[in-house]
Design a protein around this ligand. Sequence first.
Ligand code: SF4
Length: 703
Amino acid sequence: MTKKKKSEASHDPFNEGVNDGAVDFEKRIRSAFSAGGPLAGATEHFMHRDGQLSFALDVARAIENHGTEVIEAGTGTGKTFAYLTPAILAGCKVIVSTAGKPLQDQLFGKDLPAVCKALGVNASTALLKGRSNYICLYRMETAQSEARLPSPAAVRDFQKIAFFAKTDETGDRARCHGVPDDSPAWPYVTSTAENCLGSDCPRIKDCFVYKARAKAKASDIVVVNHHLYLSAMALLADPESAGAGDDARMLPQADLTIFDEAHKLPDIASAFFGTEFSTYQLKNTVKEMRAGLLSRFKSYLKKNNWDQACDAVIHAMMDFVLRLDEIGVGEGVSRMISETADAESLVKPLDKTFTALATLIESVMPVCEEDAEITKYCEVLNGLSVQMNEWIEALKTPKEPAKTADGRPAVRWIERGKTEARLNTTPLSFAEDFAKLRQMQAQSAWVFTSATIASGHGDFSHFVSEMGLTGVETHVYASPFNYADQAMLYVPESMPDPKTSEREDYIEALIRESWPVIDVIGGKTFILCTSYRAMRHAAALLRGLISANNRAYEVLVQGEDSRTKLIERFRKTQAGAILVGSMSFWEGIDIKGDALSLVVIDKLPFAPKDDPVLLARSRWIAEQGGNPFVEHHVPLATIALKQGTGRLIRSEHDRGILIIGDRRVLPSISSYGRRFLESLPPFSRTLKLERVLDFWQHPDTWS
Ligand code: SF4
């Protein structure tokens, strides 16, 4: 363990007058969380919570024993303080990884400085994001000098970004205010692993990405995200891989690695350990290379015919996408190749693309040695042609069991966007891959935590086996909220069976049953749907009811504005808003107070049966004698349900109603209902509307 030198700590209230060696780690943690202890002054509403202290002691034990802890901590447990406190007091090197940027920013900007300050520890900290979050000086200057920007809007935003890059130390685009996230300028001023020139870059000395990595490597505590963590470890395991340049290590050797929002890790790891050939990436790389060639090697154009060669690749690729349409893999469809009718007919257009690409690469070779950027594009295109070749072979025998490059069972599947396609190879298990990456930090202790990891009552087996963890300690710390008084779960008894009723009828029944509750609460409702179709139908029905009843509730629907703006409008709407969303609104939204008082969930959130990865994993589990529904589908759905439910009660002062339209949640209706119910917070429960209305209107009699 890399202990912090005593001189580095500006003031440690625990060490005053005490021999450092004699200080007992556990005592220091207990003292930190005590009523009059240093953390009590760190936040306005600090209160002692048994679960928080126990969590912190678990982390301390993991540090001392190099152990692995998997901890579910309910909303309000205070888990960030629980893991940061022992991590900071131990004075060791720590990596904290989150699934998304909001928690990453909150940890780095708020919680970490607050805990360090309260404990009087002067730890060096760093925030490291993926490279697309930083301005790339080389690409920015190239875009300007070669006039690559595609529109006046891009030029306008570019000027703001260029000014920002001159004045900001970090180059982190989140700090560049006034340029929207979806600005067409961003791709021209940020890099990817494929187009970064690494050690060949003329701007590497000032490069924001490399500076952020250098800072992270030298810091005591680094906050990253799951995808970046996996990339960083993969780069260490294979330093020759793309983008490594001469600096494969971007994170410190950690003594403690903490994954918060760990319930998202399996999905992120599953995608990370697979491979993807994307027609968008191919088209984009060809377009960018063409722009570079035209601006710097125009005089060679006639001789080498690049322009036509670029066109030939793009046209052949478009034919491939058109063929996908013809065989039923249209926009929005995801399908295994083994389930795709006439998949063999894709070989011809893909082969044509492959040949056109080989011609393009050959025609560009003469200038490669003269230009680092063109060389880099050629490397990327070579990599894509290798992938394409693998796919041509796979499509010749689409029914053959798919394998990863090292021969493990996998699924090959195609995913369609509007004008592009992604060809994916996903391993059926990524446990081994994850274990290998953990070996890159072999001396680290590990903590995996989230409000939703366990399925049923404290059953972590699904998460532990998916991630391939061994020798783990597991713990559940319940939320300190008084759920029975604060919230009621209502399952309307007259709801039809979701498996046998028509979808439209089912949603009509749900809205009919929910309307009296929505109206008595005054909007302030999230309707969480399991499909876009249900979402659109529910929104239309609600708008009709609002107009028929002469109410002023505003209905906000996913897709009608950005997620951030919809949530902002939801918070601000005085007349009471009703937000209707699909799966992306089930998690990561924290609305405290009475702006959100009702959550309606249409169905138990089982993943779509035709999801290719789910389907392939289910068959694989069955082949090994397991029960995919019990071992895979139900655990995934219980965790998703917990996430959706978790939007309702965010503080000890919140009150609310949860309506679940799906009666399969009742143990009397389905064999797995109990597992779902046991996963939910212990709200009061009812099947009767009168009791819901009474609960809402007479809070005093329910507390
Ligand atoms: S090293 Fe890569 S990211 Fe940095 S400026 Fe150069 S091309 Fe851009």
